[in-house]
Design a protein around this ligand. Structure first.
Ligand SMILES: [Zn+2]
Length: 748
């Protein structure tokens, strides 16, 4: 026993899982991004390639059958970005819950959490104003608490960007540890011998705050763990994750029994950047690590039995404002002045002006917040730090604000709501991804501008006019590499400003979306829609709905009429009522199709086309019957005569049945699909079924519904087989997971 313990080598694999906020701040919906197809956005695509597969890491036998499912989060040290979890919580509550439960279970069992917090929406802390720095850290910690039920030991710093002021804020908020690259430490002393030592990877350091005289303050300290740069880079950028044996062997070779090894990478490495690396992890955790006496451990657990060996001072960076893990020029990647991310050919000088605009608006909006806040709040800073409880939906706004407001009065409430939202969106506009890549026209920079637009819109509603002008004059200096797109100002006007839509347009769009998705309730990050009544007569849809705008403390009741008889003149009428009896009309609007943004227009047209397809189903069914009777007479001739038709109507029919099934979980549609597959097999015709974005969009709801419906095992297995045959892998993935969750089996 003792012998075995001596040989044990600790491995810490930290996985930083994060996606920037992606919702449209006006509609609350997750923005459509064509580059993520067939998924509507990168959250969805990466979740399906990485975050979820790591929850159900498959181990296969020789025939490719799944024999085990391993939860990789049982072995990792990790953090999830709050804005990513917000998405997951809404779209895939079952997986979200599984992640939360995994952490809680480990914490309960071992006393240590594998999960740590993250700087809330991934801003570069050394570049933020003091208020924003505190806010980002506090929201990160409180968000963690609201989800997991306890405080985090560690926090992931966005891009590991750090300076001494950041460390002081972390100490103020009881953070015990952070992870840094070794080069972010300037020098270190051996605590026992007081000798200067070389800074190394895979080491445990401690940093002490100092008073004005430069004297160490013993009680104010934070642990710093340095990761193995070489190995982490090999894992992130080379082929180490292709094979579990090689993966384990490479780790083992660098590990000594006296020390731990710490690997830190973006979590997306395991499945997204490297396909099947999630499977490598599972196999390594389950079988390979043991061979080399490698023991996965969390930093919290390690800390509980180990003390730091070295005292460290951190690097100031070339400009004195700090360092990071993804830029070797301090933090210039996010403020201009270095070529990181230029792909060898792009000019990155746009970052100077874009940072300037961000800093300016950070200052302006913070000023407005405190100016207005001191008139209505007991303690404006405290109020905004606690506002995360409302964002996390732990508390309703009114319940929350009562403890903070000077006067319980509607006007005060409204202003309180507005300035807090303004601050939230202002902070979102600082999300680091906006600077990270090659050009200001990138969707990440546009998204930051969209949040700035929302913050400025609110400021304007409060009477502060003209901020946008100032902002535009600054981003105009940020020149795009693509001459057609000119500069930040042009990009803002063309691609960002159109998302600012009137309320009635947003409301009608969301009600329509709910109807087209065949749902009674729909919610996104801002709105909750409830349908009371719906009716489709010819090409007119009439519906009564309740709209709850969670950002406005107000409910709306609407009667909607959507007329698409004439595709050229699609019309929407929306009438507002003061209550759900729909008696007293308050307002009504007529919306022409052009008034919707391009994105919404596209989406609505897609839905209309779907209705047409559903109406055509009978026609295809007839065609299919004719084809079947032809087969009975002569298989070869039937195929010869119908080849193109078969391709076309089998695809159309399968899609129609599939959509019906996904929306209703009515298995008769699956039998019909099965019938088509069988018939096509008779003529040796292989279906080349390609899944489209329309169907992928229905997947989150489907997964939730399928999980919550009582279905016999046989039926689910049959469903799995049919989806396997159609090669609809994303859906297959969920079905396999559900079979595993419900029946604790992976096969038969
Ligand atoms: Zn750089």
């Amino acid at each position: 026993m003792d012998d075995k313990n001596k040989k044990t080598k600790f491995v810490i694999i930290h996985s930083h899982m994060y996606q920037p906020p992606r919702e449209d701040p006006f509609t609350g919906d997750f923005d459509f991004d064509f580059s993520a197809k067939p998924y509507e956005c990168w959250n969805h695509r990466i979740a399906m390639e990485c975050y979820f597969p790591n929850l159900y890491g498959r181990v296969f036998d020789k025939n490719g059958e799944i024999i085990e499912m391993i939860n990789n989060y049982d072995y990792l040290n990790f953090n999830f970005g709050p804005t990513l979890l917000n998405w997951m919580e809404i779209k895939y509550p079952i997986y979200y819950k599984k992640i939360i439960d995994t952490v809680k279970k480990i914490k309960e069992k071992k006393g240590f959490s594998p999960a740590i917090a993250q700087v809330y929406n991934h801003t570069i802390l050394p570049l933020d104003s003091f208020e924003t720095q505190i806010n980002q850290v506090v929201w990160g910690i409180k968000d963690f608490y609201n989800r997991f039920g306890f405080n985090p030991d560690g926090i992931w710093l966005s891009e590991t960007a750090v300076n001494e002021n950041v460390l002081r804020i972390l100490i103020d908020h009881n953070i015990k540890y952070i992870i840094l690259a070794p080069y972010q430490i300037k020098y270190c002393l051996d605590i026992k011998t007081k000798e200067t030592k070389q800074v190394l990877p895979n080491e445990h350091y401690i940093w002490f705050d100092r008073n004005k005289e430069g004297k160490k303050i013993e009680s104010r300290n934070i642990n710093i763990f340095t990761y193995d740069l070489e190995l982490s880079q090999k894992i992130a950028f080379e082929n180490l994750t292709f094979n579990a044996e090689i993966f384990a062997k490479n780790i083992a070779e660098k590990t000594t029994p006296s020390n731990f090894i710490l690997i830190a990478t973006d979590g997306e490495t395991y499945g997204h950047h490297h396909k099947f690396a999630d499977l490598t992890l599972s196999y390594a955790f389950r079988y390979e690590f043991e061979k080399y006496s490698l023991k996965p451990i969390t930093i919290s657990e390690y800390l509980s039995t180990h003390s730091p060996k070295y005292e460290a001072e951190i690097n100031e960076g070339i400009d004195g404002d700090g360092t990071s893990w993804s830029c070797s020029h301090g933090v210039r990647r996010w403020k201009g002045g270095c070529p990181c991310g230029d792909e060898g050919k792009y000019d990155t000088s746009w970052r100077f002006a874009f940072r300037l605009a961000a800093k300016w608006i950070d200052e302006v909006i913070n000023d407005i917040y405190f100016e207005e806040g001191k008139k209505i709040f007991k303690d404006p800073l405290n109020t905004r730090l606690n506002y995360i409880d409302v964002i996390n939906r732990k508390k309703g706004f009114v319940e929350f604000i009562k403890d903070h407001i000077l006067k319980e009065d509607d006007e005060y409430y409204e202003k309180a709501n507005k300035i807090l939202l303004m601050i939230k969106y202002q902070m979102f506009s600082l999300t680091s991804c906006g600077w990270f890549f090659n050009d200001i026209s990138r969707i990440e920079a546009q998204q930051d501008m969209k949040y700035a637009l929302k913050a400025m819109t609110i400021a304007e509603e409060l009477g502060y006019k003209g901020i946008e002008k100032g902002y535009l004059s600054l981003i105009e200096m940020a020149k795009s590499n693509f001459s057609k797109l000119k500069d930040g100002k042009n990009i803002y006007i063309k691609f960002v400003k159109p998302s600012k839509l009137k309320n009635e347009i947003i409301h009608s769009y969301l009600v329509l979306k709910t109807l087209f998705l065949n749902k009674e309730n729909y919610s996104n990050l801002i709105y909750k829609i409830k349908i009371y009544e719906k009716n489709i007569i010819q090409n007119t849809i009439i519906a009564k709905a309740e709209i709850r705008d969670t950002e406005n403390i107000k409910d709306f009741f609407v009667l909607l009429e959507f007329d698409f008889t004439d595709r050229e003149k699609i019309k929407t009428k929306i009438k507002y009522y003061n209550d759900k009896n729909f008696k007293i009309e308050e307002n009504n609007f007529e919306i022409s199709f052009d008034e919707y943004s391009d994105k919404i227009q596209l989406e609505l047209l897609k839905y209309i086309a779907q209705i047409a397809k559903e109406r055509n189903i009978e026609f295809y069914e007839k065609e299919f019957e004719i084809f079947k009777s032809q087969i009975k007479i002569n298989k070869n001739m039937a195929f010869e005569n119908f080849e193109d038709d078969i391709k076309y109507f089998s695809f159309q029919l399968i899609t129609a049945y599939l959509i019906k099934f996904i929306k209703s979980i009515d298995f008769s549609n699956i039998e019909k699909i099965n019938d088509i597959i069988k018939t096509l097999k008779e003529i040796n015709f292989e279906i080349d079924y390609r899944i489209t974005n329309d169907i992928i969009n229905l997947m989150p709801d489907f997964t939730e519904k399928l999980y919550n419906t009582q279905i016999e095992k046989e039926k689910l297995i049959n469903l799995r087989n049919i989806f396997k045959e159609l090669k609809i892998f994303p859906f297959l993935f969920h079905i396999e997971n559900i079979i595993f969750e419900k029946f604790n089996t992976t096969s038969r």
